[in-house]
Design a protein around this ligand. Structure first.
Ligand code: GLY
Ligand code: MN
Ligand code: MN
Length: 445
């Protein structure tokens, strides 16, 4: 069982902490404001990692001295049986989740008192307060467990990698289906419907994040979610969307012309982003730093902008003056796993770089085999950002303002793949067409 290995991995980090225990509370159902409208249940990722349990209201204890896994199940009443589902017997729960000791949750306090730990490690203040409300004498620590479980989750086990490969396989199909279906005149929501259909039809029920389905100028809005515009002839369409498989996310972006033919301007911008993506992916291997990958992508984007005649000056000057951040204002990528923006991007003691663009980089560390990251360079024409730069003497000397203004309706391009760091390099799990010729051929059928 994958969760058993993952518990062992966590316990191995606490070998010296024999008088202590770990406590964790699973997720509860959530409702829309003060109504009975339930959000789809999604287990809290750390609890899912340690238990594999995908239902609400469970708790766990790991005793560091004996390595015993205690599971506390909710005692469901007949109302649960009426409204929510069949009530599992203790035997059912034991067989499904295989704890060393199974209790109902009303025994939690008794078990905690019997264990009589020096310290209870838990994840956050909310869980600490829950424990302290049970008994004021408990000594609770909210830091060590977070650090330890983040350490575990940031390097995936082979079981986890296989789940991520399966997530990627299905997401690859859904992305390709949208590319095959697009035609000028379709609405963003129609394309979203095709994407969602191909995920759900294959058993992937949960989006890993709010998908972005963006036509034309909307493609330059980084977190665009309106999903209501028409994709017109001549416009680009940017889809950044993914579903999760057994909790593991996929996060893929493609950008392509609705009519199946890149204009010269679109092709130049697109090829620049593709060059950045391909070049950076080839650099991925153990020991490389995410911030170095980010700056390498920034340099390739600046070279492309220079070729297009949109910026001027040497690449060194353009880098020094943060001109790349006007066009590539987000981070190159992030860790991905049970969460789309997964834990582990910043090890303890490492801070964000306070510099435009790279400030938003969600991972800043040397990569290791078993880590999984996205690589997602982008090049956008965001009028709000560019107008301000054109009005700024320090920035405007690097910009060809007249030409740049003709790109204000262009939108943007992002291409995003999901990459496993391997012992000798990388494995790219994303297999959705991205070369210009290939995309054009698919869209034009
Ligand atoms: N769509 C979220 C991301 O790419 O990070
Ligand atoms: Mn994405
Ligand atoms: Mn991403």
């Amino acid at each position: 069982m994958a969760a058993e290995l993952q518990r062992k991995k966590l316990l191995s980090l606490f070998e010296e902490e024999q008088e202590n225990i770990i406590y964790m509370k699973g997720a509860e159902l959530m409702y829309r404001y003060q109504t009975d409208f339930e959000f789809p249940f999604r287990q809290e990722s750390n609890f899912l990692y340690l238990t594999g349990i995908d239902e609400p209201d469970y708790h766990l204890i790991l005793d560091l001295r004996t390595e015993t896994y205690y599971l506390f199940a909710p005692k469901r009443d007949e109302h649960y049986g009426v409204w929510h589902g069949r009530i599992k017997s203790k035997n059912d729960i034991q067989t499904l989740y295989e704890p060393d000791e199974l209790h109902y949750d009303n025994e939690l306090l008794t078990v905690l008192k019997n264990l009589n730990p020096n310290v209870i490690y838990c994840l956050n203040e909310e869980q600490a307060e829950f424990l302290e409300d049970l008994d004021r004498s408990f000594n609770v620590d909210t830091e060590s467990l977070n650090d330890a479980i983040t350490f575990c989750r940031s390097v995936k086990t082979e079981d986890e990698l296989n789940l991520m490969r399966e997530a990627a396989r299905i997401n690859n199909i859904a992305h390709r289906k949208v590319m095959e279906a697009i035609k000028p005149g379709m609405y963003e929501y129609e394309l979203k419907a095709i994407f969602d259909y191909h995920q759900i039809q294959r058993g992937l029920l949960f989006p890993a994040y709010n998908g972005i389905h963006a036509a034309g100028i909307n493609s330059a809005i980084l977190h665009y979610t309106e999903c209501s515009s028409r994709v017109n002839n001549g416009e680009l369409y940017l889809i950044d969307a993914g579903y999760e498989y057994e909790g593991y996310a996929s996060d893929v972006t493609r950008t392509y012309p609705a009519n199946g033919r890149f204009t010269d301007e679109q092709a130049a911008v697109y090829q620049t982003v593709l060059n950045a993506l391909n070049s950076v992916i080839k650099m991925v291997k153990p020991g490389i730093k995410m911030e170095d990958l980010h700056m390498s992508a920034a340099e390739i984007i600046l070279e492309g902008l220079k070729r297009m005649g949109l910026v001027k000056g040497s690449i060194e000057e353009l880098l020094e003056n943060d001109i790349f951040a006007l066009f590539f204002p987000h981070g190159l990528g992030h860790f991905i796993g049970l969460d789309t923006h997964d834990v582990g991007g910043y090890p303890k003691g490492v801070d964000r770089i306070d510099r435009p663009g790279i400030r938003f980089l969600r991972a800043r560390r040397e990569l290791q085999a078993g880590m999984v990251v996205t690589v997602e360079p982008g090049l956008y024409f965001i009028p709000a950002l560019l107008k301000k730069a054109i009005d700024d003497d320090e920035k405007s000397k690097f910009l060809n303002a007249d030409k740049l203004e003709s790109y204000f309706e262009f939108g943007g391009v992002r291409i995003e793949d999901n990459i496993i760091v391997t012992e000798d390099g990388f494995e790219n799990m994303t297999d959705v067409p991205k070369e210009i010729k290939e995309i054009e051929k698919i869209i034009r059928g």
